[in-house]
Design a protein around this ligand. Structure first.
Ligand SMILES: *Cc1c(COP(=O)(O)O)cnc(C)c1O
Length: 365
Protein backbone atom coordinates (compact mmCIF):
# COMPACT_ATOMS: atom_id res chain seq x y z
CA UNK A 1 0.00 0.00 0.00
CA UNK A 2 1.18 3.46 -0.86
CA UNK A 3 1.94 5.92 1.90
CA UNK A 4 1.30 9.50 0.88
CA UNK A 5 2.73 12.61 2.46
CA UNK A 6 -0.65 13.14 4.06
CA UNK A 7 -4.05 11.53 4.41
CA UNK A 8 -7.27 13.48 4.84
CA UNK A 9 -9.00 13.37 8.22
CA UNK A 10 -12.58 12.16 7.95
CA UNK A 11 -15.23 11.93 10.69
CA UNK A 12 -17.09 8.63 11.18
CA UNK A 13 -19.24 8.12 8.06
CA UNK A 14 -22.56 8.00 9.98
CA UNK A 15 -21.74 11.24 11.72
CA UNK A 16 -21.37 13.10 8.44
CA UNK A 17 -24.61 11.56 7.15
CA UNK A 18 -26.39 12.77 10.29
CA UNK A 19 -24.94 16.24 9.81
CA UNK A 20 -26.12 16.60 6.21
CA UNK A 21 -29.59 15.04 6.80
CA UNK A 22 -31.20 18.40 7.57
CA UNK A 23 -30.05 19.76 4.19
CA UNK A 24 -32.65 17.44 2.59
CA UNK A 25 -35.27 19.19 4.70
CA UNK A 26 -34.26 22.78 4.00
CA UNK A 27 -33.10 22.16 0.40
CA UNK A 28 -30.59 24.93 1.12
CA UNK A 29 -27.33 23.80 -0.44
CA UNK A 30 -25.23 26.96 -0.48
CA UNK A 31 -25.35 30.77 -0.11
CA UNK A 32 -24.75 31.31 3.59
CA UNK A 33 -27.04 28.58 4.98
CA UNK A 34 -27.43 27.18 8.47
CA UNK A 35 -24.27 25.02 8.35
CA UNK A 36 -22.23 27.93 7.07
CA UNK A 37 -23.23 30.12 10.03
CA UNK A 38 -22.73 27.31 12.53
CA UNK A 39 -19.22 26.60 11.25
CA UNK A 40 -18.38 30.30 11.30
CA UNK A 41 -19.36 30.51 14.96
CA UNK A 42 -17.50 27.35 15.91
CA UNK A 43 -14.33 28.43 14.15
CA UNK A 44 -14.46 31.91 15.66
CA UNK A 45 -14.55 30.22 19.05
CA UNK A 46 -11.90 27.60 18.27
CA UNK A 47 -9.44 30.03 16.68
CA UNK A 48 -10.25 32.68 19.32
CA UNK A 49 -10.60 35.44 16.74
CA UNK A 50 -13.05 38.38 16.76
CA UNK A 51 -14.27 37.86 13.17
CA UNK A 52 -14.13 35.20 10.49
CA UNK A 53 -15.42 34.95 6.94
CA UNK A 54 -15.64 31.58 5.16
CA UNK A 55 -14.71 30.92 1.54
CA UNK A 56 -14.75 28.22 -1.15
CA UNK A 57 -11.03 27.69 -0.59
CA UNK A 58 -8.00 29.32 0.96
CA UNK A 59 -6.68 30.72 -2.28
CA UNK A 60 -9.84 32.70 -3.09
CA UNK A 61 -9.81 33.93 0.49
CA UNK A 62 -6.26 35.23 0.02
CA UNK A 63 -7.13 36.89 -3.31
CA UNK A 64 -10.12 38.47 -1.57
CA UNK A 65 -7.96 39.81 1.27
CA UNK A 66 -5.62 41.47 -1.22
CA UNK A 67 -8.52 42.94 -3.19
CA UNK A 68 -10.30 44.21 -0.06
CA UNK A 69 -7.19 46.00 1.20
CA UNK A 70 -6.89 47.72 -2.20
CA UNK A 71 -3.17 47.04 -2.34
CA UNK A 72 -1.12 48.62 -5.11
CA UNK A 73 2.34 48.28 -6.65
CA UNK A 74 4.70 45.97 -4.78
CA UNK A 75 4.20 43.41 -2.04
CA UNK A 76 7.05 41.99 0.00
CA UNK A 77 6.68 38.24 0.35
CA UNK A 78 8.47 34.88 0.52
CA UNK A 79 9.30 32.53 -2.36
CA UNK A 80 9.37 29.57 0.05
CA UNK A 81 5.66 28.79 -0.05
CA UNK A 82 2.90 27.10 -1.98
CA UNK A 83 2.01 28.51 -5.43
CA UNK A 84 -1.10 30.15 -4.00
CA UNK A 85 0.68 32.91 -2.05
CA UNK A 86 2.61 34.28 -5.02
CA UNK A 87 -0.17 33.70 -7.56
CA UNK A 88 -2.66 35.60 -5.35
CA UNK A 89 -0.34 38.62 -5.57
CA UNK A 90 0.29 38.49 -9.33
CA UNK A 91 -3.34 37.66 -10.15
CA UNK A 92 -4.29 40.92 -8.40
CA UNK A 93 -1.97 42.78 -10.77
CA UNK A 94 0.68 43.36 -8.10
CA UNK A 95 4.41 42.72 -8.15
CA UNK A 96 5.83 40.31 -5.58
CA UNK A 97 9.17 41.44 -4.19
CA UNK A 98 10.88 38.37 -2.77
CA UNK A 99 12.52 38.56 0.61
CA UNK A 100 14.80 35.77 1.82
CA UNK A 101 13.88 33.46 4.69
CA UNK A 102 15.53 32.57 7.97
CA UNK A 103 17.67 29.43 8.00
CA UNK A 104 16.14 28.18 11.26
CA UNK A 105 12.35 28.50 10.92
CA UNK A 106 12.02 29.26 7.16
CA UNK A 107 9.78 32.31 7.74
CA UNK A 108 10.54 35.79 6.32
CA UNK A 109 13.91 37.14 7.44
CA UNK A 110 12.73 40.39 9.01
CA UNK A 111 16.25 41.87 8.92
CA UNK A 112 16.02 41.86 5.12
CA UNK A 113 12.56 43.41 4.71
CA UNK A 114 13.33 47.11 5.08
CA UNK A 115 15.97 47.22 2.35
CA UNK A 116 13.30 45.96 -0.09
CA UNK A 117 10.75 48.67 0.70
CA UNK A 118 10.25 51.31 -2.03
CA UNK A 119 7.67 54.06 -2.49
CA UNK A 120 5.59 51.46 -4.38
CA UNK A 121 5.41 48.96 -1.52
CA UNK A 122 1.90 48.59 -0.11
CA UNK A 123 2.03 45.41 1.98
CA UNK A 124 3.88 42.48 3.47
CA UNK A 125 2.40 39.03 2.83
CA UNK A 126 4.14 36.58 5.12
CA UNK A 127 3.64 32.83 5.55
CA UNK A 128 3.62 30.86 8.82
CA UNK A 129 5.51 28.07 7.02
CA UNK A 130 4.84 24.54 8.37
CA UNK A 131 2.98 26.25 11.23
CA UNK A 132 6.18 28.07 12.30
CA UNK A 133 5.19 31.53 13.42
CA UNK A 134 6.70 34.57 11.66
CA UNK A 135 8.41 37.30 13.68
CA UNK A 136 5.06 39.02 14.19
CA UNK A 137 6.34 41.81 16.45
CA UNK A 138 9.04 42.92 14.07
CA UNK A 139 6.80 42.69 10.98
CA UNK A 140 4.27 44.79 12.86
CA UNK A 141 6.90 47.38 13.74
CA UNK A 142 8.14 47.65 10.14
CA UNK A 143 4.59 47.83 8.77
CA UNK A 144 3.64 50.63 11.15
CA UNK A 145 6.79 52.57 10.40
CA UNK A 146 6.28 52.40 6.62
CA UNK A 147 2.48 52.43 6.61
CA UNK A 148 2.12 48.96 5.08
CA UNK A 149 -0.70 46.43 5.37
CA UNK A 150 0.09 42.94 6.65
CA UNK A 151 -1.56 39.71 5.53
CA UNK A 152 -0.55 36.37 7.01
CA UNK A 153 -0.92 33.20 4.99
CA UNK A 154 -1.80 30.93 7.91
CA UNK A 155 -2.78 27.98 5.70
CA UNK A 156 -0.33 25.79 7.66
CA UNK A 157 -1.10 27.18 11.08
CA UNK A 158 -4.64 26.12 11.98
CA UNK A 159 -4.94 25.89 15.77
CA UNK A 160 -1.45 27.25 16.47
CA UNK A 161 -1.22 29.65 19.40
CA UNK A 162 1.46 32.19 20.35
CA UNK A 163 1.74 32.89 24.07
CA UNK A 164 -1.83 31.63 24.36
CA UNK A 165 -3.19 33.84 21.57
CA UNK A 166 -4.76 32.33 18.45
CA UNK A 167 -2.56 32.72 15.35
CA UNK A 168 -5.42 34.39 13.43
CA UNK A 169 -5.17 37.56 15.53
CA UNK A 170 -2.16 39.18 13.91
CA UNK A 171 -1.66 41.59 11.03
CA UNK A 172 -4.64 43.12 9.23
CA UNK A 173 -5.94 39.78 7.96
CA UNK A 174 -4.97 36.11 8.23
CA UNK A 175 -5.91 33.42 5.73
CA UNK A 176 -6.59 29.78 6.58
CA UNK A 177 -7.02 26.86 4.18
CA UNK A 178 -9.39 23.98 4.92
CA UNK A 179 -8.25 21.94 1.94
CA UNK A 180 -8.50 18.15 2.24
CA UNK A 181 -4.75 17.90 2.88
CA UNK A 182 -4.64 20.37 5.77
CA UNK A 183 -4.77 19.70 9.53
CA UNK A 184 -8.41 20.78 9.55
CA UNK A 185 -10.50 20.30 6.41
CA UNK A 186 -13.95 21.08 5.01
CA UNK A 187 -13.11 19.09 1.81
CA UNK A 188 -12.28 22.40 0.10
CA UNK A 189 -12.59 25.58 2.07
CA UNK A 190 -10.86 28.54 3.57
CA UNK A 191 -11.33 31.58 5.76
CA UNK A 192 -10.14 35.05 6.57
CA UNK A 193 -9.83 36.19 10.19
CA UNK A 194 -9.58 39.85 11.19
CA UNK A 195 -10.27 42.30 13.99
CA UNK A 196 -11.69 45.24 11.99
CA UNK A 197 -15.41 44.52 11.63
CA UNK A 198 -15.62 46.79 8.56
CA UNK A 199 -13.91 44.09 6.48
CA UNK A 200 -16.83 41.73 6.97
CA UNK A 201 -19.05 43.58 4.50
CA UNK A 202 -16.31 44.00 1.97
CA UNK A 203 -15.46 40.28 2.03
CA UNK A 204 -19.14 39.44 1.68
CA UNK A 205 -19.43 41.58 -1.42
CA UNK A 206 -16.31 40.12 -3.01
CA UNK A 207 -17.43 36.53 -2.39
CA UNK A 208 -21.06 37.08 -3.45
CA UNK A 209 -20.89 39.07 -6.71
CA UNK A 210 -21.38 42.33 -4.81
CA UNK A 211 -25.05 41.44 -4.35
CA UNK A 212 -26.31 42.96 -1.11
CA UNK A 213 -30.07 42.71 -1.74
CA UNK A 214 -32.22 41.28 -4.57
CA UNK A 215 -32.05 44.54 -6.51
CA UNK A 216 -28.78 46.03 -5.30
CA UNK A 217 -25.41 45.01 -6.74
CA UNK A 218 -22.87 47.38 -5.26
CA UNK A 219 -19.54 45.83 -6.21
CA UNK A 220 -18.08 43.78 -9.08
CA UNK A 221 -17.34 40.77 -6.89
CA UNK A 222 -16.83 37.12 -7.76
CA UNK A 223 -18.07 33.88 -6.24
CA UNK A 224 -16.25 32.54 -3.21
CA UNK A 225 -19.04 31.14 -1.04
CA UNK A 226 -18.63 27.99 1.03
CA UNK A 227 -21.38 25.42 0.36
CA UNK A 228 -23.37 23.58 3.04
CA UNK A 229 -21.80 20.15 2.44
CA UNK A 230 -18.35 21.57 3.02
CA UNK A 231 -19.52 23.44 6.10
CA UNK A 232 -21.07 20.20 7.40
CA UNK A 233 -17.73 18.40 6.96
CA UNK A 234 -16.05 21.23 8.84
CA UNK A 235 -18.59 20.98 11.67
CA UNK A 236 -17.83 17.25 12.01
CA UNK A 237 -14.06 17.61 11.72
CA UNK A 238 -13.78 20.41 14.27
CA UNK A 239 -15.08 17.94 16.91
CA UNK A 240 -11.98 15.81 16.38
CA UNK A 241 -9.36 18.50 15.84
CA UNK A 242 -7.72 18.33 19.28
CA UNK A 243 -7.57 14.54 19.14
CA UNK A 244 -6.17 14.77 15.61
CA UNK A 245 -3.42 17.19 16.62
CA UNK A 246 -2.57 14.93 19.57
CA UNK A 247 -2.18 11.92 17.26
CA UNK A 248 0.00 13.99 14.93
CA UNK A 249 2.15 14.99 17.89
CA UNK A 250 2.72 11.30 18.71
CA UNK A 251 3.85 10.70 15.10
CA UNK A 252 6.25 13.64 15.28
CA UNK A 253 7.66 12.39 18.59
CA UNK A 254 8.34 8.96 17.11
CA UNK A 255 10.11 10.52 14.12
CA UNK A 256 12.18 12.64 16.49
CA UNK A 257 13.23 9.63 18.60
CA UNK A 258 14.85 8.18 15.50
CA UNK A 259 16.01 11.26 13.60
CA UNK A 260 16.81 13.90 16.20
CA UNK A 261 20.53 14.53 16.57
CA UNK A 262 21.53 12.59 13.43
CA UNK A 263 24.37 14.49 11.75
CA UNK A 264 23.39 15.83 8.35
CA UNK A 265 19.67 15.95 9.13
CA UNK A 266 18.02 19.14 10.31
CA UNK A 267 14.54 18.89 11.86
CA UNK A 268 12.00 21.58 12.64
CA UNK A 269 12.78 23.31 15.93
CA UNK A 270 10.08 24.21 18.41
CA UNK A 271 9.55 27.94 18.90
CA UNK A 272 9.28 29.54 22.35
CA UNK A 273 5.71 30.18 23.43
CA UNK A 274 4.25 28.52 20.32
CA UNK A 275 1.92 25.51 20.55
CA UNK A 276 2.38 23.52 17.36
CA UNK A 277 -0.31 21.82 15.25
CA UNK A 278 2.21 19.24 13.95
CA UNK A 279 1.12 19.91 10.39
CA UNK A 280 4.34 18.88 8.60
CA UNK A 281 7.60 17.05 9.20
CA UNK A 282 10.18 18.67 6.92
CA UNK A 283 13.77 17.41 7.04
CA UNK A 284 16.76 19.25 5.55
CA UNK A 285 19.36 16.86 4.15
CA UNK A 286 22.97 18.04 4.13
CA UNK A 287 24.58 16.02 1.35
CA UNK A 288 28.12 16.88 2.47
CA UNK A 289 27.66 15.10 5.78
CA UNK A 290 25.21 12.39 4.73
CA UNK A 291 26.91 11.54 1.42
CA UNK A 292 23.37 11.24 0.05
CA UNK A 293 21.25 13.95 -1.49
CA UNK A 294 17.64 14.81 -0.73
CA UNK A 295 16.69 13.51 -4.17
CA UNK A 296 18.37 10.16 -3.52
CA UNK A 297 16.49 9.77 -0.24
CA UNK A 298 13.26 10.77 -1.97
CA UNK A 299 13.81 8.12 -4.64
CA UNK A 300 14.70 5.44 -2.09
CA UNK A 301 11.40 6.16 -0.31
CA UNK A 302 9.44 6.17 -3.58
CA UNK A 303 10.86 2.72 -4.41
CA UNK A 304 9.13 1.48 -1.26
CA UNK A 305 5.91 3.26 -2.26
CA UNK A 306 6.44 6.05 0.26
CA UNK A 307 5.60 9.39 -1.29
CA UNK A 308 7.40 12.11 0.62
CA UNK A 309 7.17 15.56 -0.98
CA UNK A 310 9.61 18.35 -1.73
CA UNK A 311 7.67 21.08 0.08
CA UNK A 312 8.66 23.67 -1.08
CA UNK A 313 10.54 23.02 -4.28
CA UNK A 314 10.81 24.75 -6.66
CA UNK A 315 10.71 28.20 -5.09
CA UNK A 316 7.87 30.30 -6.50
CA UNK A 317 10.43 32.76 -7.94
CA UNK A 318 11.75 29.84 -10.03
CA UNK A 319 8.37 28.87 -11.51
CA UNK A 320 8.19 28.54 -15.29
CA UNK A 321 5.21 30.90 -15.40
CA UNK A 322 7.41 33.66 -13.95
CA UNK A 323 10.44 32.88 -16.06
CA UNK A 324 12.54 35.98 -16.72
CA UNK A 325 10.72 38.06 -14.08
CA UNK A 326 12.41 36.97 -10.86
CA UNK A 327 15.76 35.58 -9.79
CA UNK A 328 16.08 33.03 -7.00
CA UNK A 329 19.73 34.08 -6.56
CA UNK A 330 18.30 37.03 -4.61
CA UNK A 331 16.97 34.58 -2.01
CA UNK A 332 19.93 32.25 -1.38
CA UNK A 333 18.76 30.86 1.96
CA UNK A 334 15.38 29.93 0.50
CA UNK A 335 17.19 28.32 -2.40
CA UNK A 336 19.48 26.31 -0.13
CA UNK A 337 16.51 25.01 1.87
CA UNK A 338 14.33 24.31 -1.20
CA UNK A 339 17.10 22.17 -2.73
CA UNK A 340 17.49 20.07 0.43
CA UNK A 341 14.07 19.78 2.02
CA UNK A 342 11.92 16.69 2.03
CA UNK A 343 8.61 16.61 3.90
CA UNK A 344 8.01 13.15 5.34
CA UNK A 345 4.55 11.55 5.58
CA UNK A 346 2.58 12.83 8.57
CA UNK A 347 -1.05 12.24 9.47
CA UNK A 348 -3.04 11.15 12.50
CA UNK A 349 -3.35 7.49 11.45
CA UNK A 350 0.25 6.95 10.32
CA UNK A 351 1.20 3.64 11.99
CA UNK A 352 4.30 3.38 14.23
CA UNK A 353 5.75 0.55 12.13
CA UNK A 354 5.40 2.72 9.01
CA UNK A 355 7.19 5.61 10.74
CA UNK A 356 9.99 3.20 11.65
CA UNK A 357 10.19 1.91 8.08
CA UNK A 358 10.40 5.50 6.77
CA UNK A 359 13.16 6.30 9.28
CA UNK A 360 15.13 3.19 8.29
CA UNK A 361 15.12 4.33 4.66
CA UNK A 362 15.96 7.94 5.56
CA UNK A 363 18.90 6.69 7.66
CA UNK A 364 20.00 4.30 4.91
CA UNK A 365 19.53 1.27 7.20
C1 LIG B 1 -2.91 25.13 0.95
C2 LIG B 1 -2.25 26.44 0.88
C3 LIG B 1 -2.87 27.57 0.30
C4 LIG B 1 -4.14 27.52 -0.53
O1 LIG B 1 -5.21 26.93 0.06
P1 LIG B 1 -6.35 26.21 -0.80
O2 LIG B 1 -7.42 26.04 0.23
O3 LIG B 1 -5.80 24.92 -1.30
O4 LIG B 1 -6.78 27.13 -1.87
C5 LIG B 1 -2.21 28.79 0.38
N1 LIG B 1 -1.01 28.91 0.97
C6 LIG B 1 -0.38 27.87 1.51
C7 LIG B 1 0.95 28.08 2.17
C8 LIG B 1 -0.96 26.59 1.48
O5 LIG B 1 -0.30 25.54 1.98
Amino acid sequence: MQIHVTQSSLPPFEEYIDEIRSIWGTKWLTNMGEKHFQLEQELEAYLEVPFISLFTNGHLALETAIEALELTGEVITTPFTFASTTHAITRNGLTPVFCDIRPDDYTLDVDKIESLITEKTSAIIAVHVYGNVCNIQEINRIANKHNLKVIYDAAHAFGVTVNGQGIGNFGDISMFSFHATKVFNSIEGGALTFSDEAYKNKFYQIKNFGIVSPEAVVYAGGNGKMNEFSAAMGICNIRYIDQNIKSRKAVVERYKERLQGVKGLRLLQEQDGVSSNYAYFPVIFDENILKRTRDEVSMALAQQNIMARKYFYPLTNDYECYSGRFDSNTTPVARYIAERVLTLPLYAELAPQDIDRICDIVLGQ
